[in-house]
Design a binder for this molecule. Structure first.
Ligand code: GDP
Ligand code: IMO
Ligand code: MG
Length: 442
């Protein structure tokens, strides 16, 4: 069977940790979208791993697959693999031949467009990894795929077609001088070598066929979503989104297994008990703000003092700084209409009682336009707090050891979304989880 792990909010919900938690029962862990914009944290026996491309199952020695829906920067992939090897792991990563390749010019164009948008304060706040421009080329049918790296003549031809267009875009449209990132000869040399390594290490696969064969042989497969539902290009708050489909449907299109396989398994939405966001875009329940990211928040201390303090407290306590870019994450309260939208989109059923008041009208799910969402004023529901306890002991003892008020919060969530709580993280480590149910045993 399959277990699909999906971010239910704005990314950084703790997906890597949950993949690791249940990864023991999995034989293969496959990413289905995104690229090295992801930053997934796994903590094993106090050792922290931050993974951008290598699927989180690598920490437990599981086979990792980067599906056709991913965009792969071979430079960062090999850097990460080499780094993990130096740390004593032996990552076995297979890359879909249909996956698209991120080139240095994609990164440069990502930066150029963000800079251009920043003149009207409309930048997305991307990770700068070239994700959007690579998916653009994929949709524009001028992308270069992993399989092309294995065919030097084809690679040169494709670069000769695409690169002059990219150079013209940078120079003639944006007026930016270009460098070796746009030089066909040096790109060809560098990427041909990545192709050789991919081939030599036998890393490329037809992802759908590979996964189907493994499943036919009795293997358990886990799909590791990156990013989150509200930054999904179709279901998120466009244009403040990433350029792929982190939602569960992406697990089918992004691997080559059928929707029936994905839907026939478990789809677990990862929920952070509060909310964080990296980059721009609306966030109705935001506390305080982050200069440069929170829309309209340009001066230090522009919010009210109490919420500023709380935001700082949550950010520091939760270590809420971007895994990839180190940027401070924006923080806010849990947003139930957002989770309701997410639960439906990903294949859960749910009710939302908590609601927004928008221009006097009550709504209980996220509006489809970003402008309308930005106008939402949250209706808050408050919960009694709970004392700090020895959370390691709680993890040992199980669900009933969770303080009563914390359980009330979890049960509210579960009731509202009509979805069982399978696990509760009480700290970043693998052992710091209260497991209620293991989806692989369902
Ligand atoms: P991902 O991108 O969804 O995999 O999440 P990130 O790794 O970017 O961010 C999650 C952060 O929360 C990391 O710093 C984790 O170490 C941390 N974390 C994960 N689970 C827990 C938990 O249950 N409690 C606490 N306090 N931190 C956690
Ligand atoms: P993980 O997998 C949080 C955000 C960026 C930006 C927007 C577009 O760790 O949860 P991109 O570089 O993808 O074009 O940026 O999406 N973003 C993430 N935010 N977690 C992530 O990944 C993210 N990946 C991209 O901050 O707002
Ligand atoms: Mg992350």
């Amino acid at each position: 069977m399959t277990v699909t792990i999906v971010g239910s909010q704005l990314g950084d919900e703790g997906k890597g940790g949950i993949v690791d938690l249940w990864g023991d029962a999995a034989d293969v862990v496959a990413r289905y979208q995104g690229g090295d914009n992801a930053g997934h944290t796994v903590v094993e026996d106090g050792t922290e791993y931050k993974l951008s491309l290598v699927p989180s199952g690598a920490v437990r020695g599981k086979v990792g697959v980067l599906g056709n829906g991913c965009v792969v920067n071979p430079a960062t992939l090999f850097e990460e693999i080499d780094d993990l090897q130096e740390r004593g792991l032996d990552p076995d990563v297979r890359v879909a031949r249909r996956a698209h390749v991120i080139f240095p010019y994609h990164r440069v164009l990502d930066g150029i467009e963000e800079e251009a948008k920043s003149e009207s304060d409309s930048e997305v706040g991307t990770t700068g990894r070239g994700i959007g421009p690579t998916y653009e080329d994929k949709a524009g049918r001028r992308g270069i795929r992993v399989a092309d790296l294995l065919d030097p003549d084809g690679l040169r031809e494709k670069l000769e077609y695409a690169v002059p267009q990219k150079r013209a875009l940078a120079e003639d449209v944006f007026g930016v001088e270009t460098g070796e990132e746009f030089d066909v000869a040096s790109l060809y040399e560098e990427y041909r070598r990545y192709g050789e390594r991919l081939q030599y290490e036998n890393m490329t696969v037809n992802a759908g066929e590979f996964l189907a064969d493994r499943m036919a042989g009795g293997d358990e497969v886990m799909f590791e979503g990156a990013q989150g539902t509200i930054i999904d290009i179709d279901h998120g708050n466009y244009p403040y989104v990433t350029s792929s489909n982190p939602t569960a449907g992406g697990a089918a299109t992004g691997t080559g297994l059928s929707p029936g396989v994905v839907g026939g398994g478990e789809i677990v939405g990862i929920v952070k008990a509060y909310l964080t966001r990296v980059g721009s875009g609306p966030m109705p329940t935001e506390l305080g703000g982050v200069v440069g990211d929170t829309p309209g928040y340009d001066e230090q201390g522009a919010g009210d003092e109490e919420s500023e303090e709380l935001a700082t407290y949550i950010r520091e306590e939760g270590g809420e700084y971007g895994t990839v870019t180190g940027r401070p994450r924006r923080v806010g309260w849990l947003d139930m209409p957002m989770l309701r939208h997410s639960t439906r989109t990903n294949g859960f059923t749910g009710l939302a009682v908590h609601s927004y008041a928008l221009a006097g009208e009550e709504i209980d799910a996220m509006p489809s336009t970003t402008e309308r969402w930005a106008d939402c004023e949250p209706n808050f529901r408050s919960f009694d707090g709970w004392e700090d306890v020895d959370w390691n002991e709680v993890a040992d003892e199980g669900y009933d050891a969770i303080p009563e008020n914390a359980r009330a919060y979890l049960e509210y969530l579960s009731d509202e979304l009509d979805t069982d709580v399978y696990a509760v993280g009480v700290g970043p480590g693998r052992e710091q989880s209260v497991v209620v149910e293991n989806p692989f045993e369902n």
